[in-house]
Write a protein that binds this ligand. Structure first.
Ligand code: PMP
Length: 369
């Protein structure tokens, strides 16, 4: 927060700061999706929808899970939410009691432990290492299971690590969940952004123990539309719907029609996701090579659009390193502090190759002084 507000302050003062801190695609929402929303507005489809989403959208999500993920969730076992974030929030509040323990591989996306803590449950980090590309070791997970453990949160491809968990790791985690009676909440919001690995849904291995969360934000460049969804055991979905009916009621009707077009025009949508994937991959290769060449060791992430650079060469403390990058290089990054990634900062490469080139030049300039 401190870095972000300082970046804004500098910008207001006319300093040209390049932001590598945002977590959203820099692409525009594809035209066929926008057109569907415009048609929905013009046709007056602007009323409340069912709490769990339009029936045709839940059918489309159910078909998507089967087509792309090999998951079999009936439309009644699917719920539509205001962003993936609300699906996660509803899931944690539906499933957790105060004192329950939740295993979360670290580095993690900051909202998982915060949401878990809001319910009164206890987040338990499971460490991973940069040497392994932040791969999850199921043994490390098992070592932290206690009688109070209730849930495992997975995020693959992961924010901020970009790690993609391979099928054998997912199978091992699924077996642990079954053996210990744990629920797996898997956040697959970056599933389309995978470069040299295979994205597999853990729900295939333990369907009764898995809630699969996904959404339109990252896949279809739709962050502002606020559409997420989840599929899982019916009683879990029912509890999530009960919560949602007393909070937001339903996701925006117009946005639901937009998401419907994204899911029911798969050929057009795939053209966009393929093109985006190629662009991100090129950017990833460029930024990883550049940061390593500057002496800021950075593992090659297999997915999502973030890198985790070791900033020891700039400063041993990542918060100070982030401050130096902002004040001297005029590059805004996120210090790893809140992701449980000491000594590292996160850079998002959802930005142009030109900006990445300029960022690397600016950092090189600071290192030379
Ligand atoms: N999960 C992860 C890992 C994310 O990085 C984000 C966005 N930063 C979300 C979920 C939430 O996305 P949304 O609510 O826009 O669907």
């Amino acid at each position: 927060m401190a870095v972000t507000s300082r970046a804004l302050e500098l910008r207001r003062a006319g300093v040209d700061v390049i932001s590598m801190s945002v977590g959203e695609p820099d692409f525009d929402t594809p035209p066929h999706i926008k057109a569907a929303a415009i048609r929905a507005i013009e046709a007056g489809k602007t009323n409340y929808t069912p709490v769990n989403g339009l029936p045709e959208l839940r059918e489309a999500v159910s078909a998507k899970f089967a087509r792309e993920n090999g998951l079999h969730y009936a439309p009644e076992a699917v719920t539509v939410t205001s962003g993936g974030k609300q699906a996660l929030f509803n899931a944690f509040f539906a499933l957790l009691n105060p004192g329950d323990e939740v295993l979360i591989p670290a580095p993690y996306w900051v909202s998982y432990p915060e949401m878990v803590a809001l319910t009164g449950a206890v987040p338990v980090p499971v460490p991973t290492t940069p040497e392994s590309g932040f791969q999850l070791d199921p043994g490390e997970l098992e070592a932290r299971i206690t009688p109070r453990t209730r849930m495992v949160v997975l995020n693959s491809p992961g924010n901020p690590t970009g790690a993609v968990f391979p099928p054998e790791v997912l199978e091992a985690v699924a077996a642990l969940a079954q053996r210990h009676g744990l629920m797996i909440v898997t956040d697959e919001i970056y599933e389309h952004l995978v470069y040299d690995a295979e994205q597999v849904s853990i729900g295939r291995y333990a369907p009764d123990h898995t809630l699969t969360v996904n959404g339109a934000s990252k896949a279809y460049a739709m962050t502002g539309w606020r559409i997420g969804y989840a599929g899982g055991p019916r009683e879990v979905i029912a509890a999530m719907n009960a919560l949602q009916s007393q909070s937001t009621s339903n996701a925006s009707s117009v946005s639901q029609y937009a998401a419907l077009a994204a899911l029911t025009q798969p050929a057009e949508t795939a053209r966009f996701t393929e093109q985006a994937r190629r662009a991100y991959r090129e950017r990833r290769d460029h930024i990883v090579a550049g940061l390593n060449a500057l002496g800021l060791p950075t593992p090659t992430p297999q997915g999502a659009f973030y890198v985790m650079a070791d900033t020891g060469r700039l400063h041993p403390d990542e918060l100070e390193a982030a401050r130096l990058l902002l004040e001297q290089a005029r590059v805004a990054v996120v210090p790893g502090t809140d992701f449980a990634a000491p000594g590292r900062v996160r850079l998002s490469y959802a930005t142009s190759l030109e900006s990445i080139g300029e960022v690397l030049r600016r950092i090189a300039g600071v290192l030379e002084h």
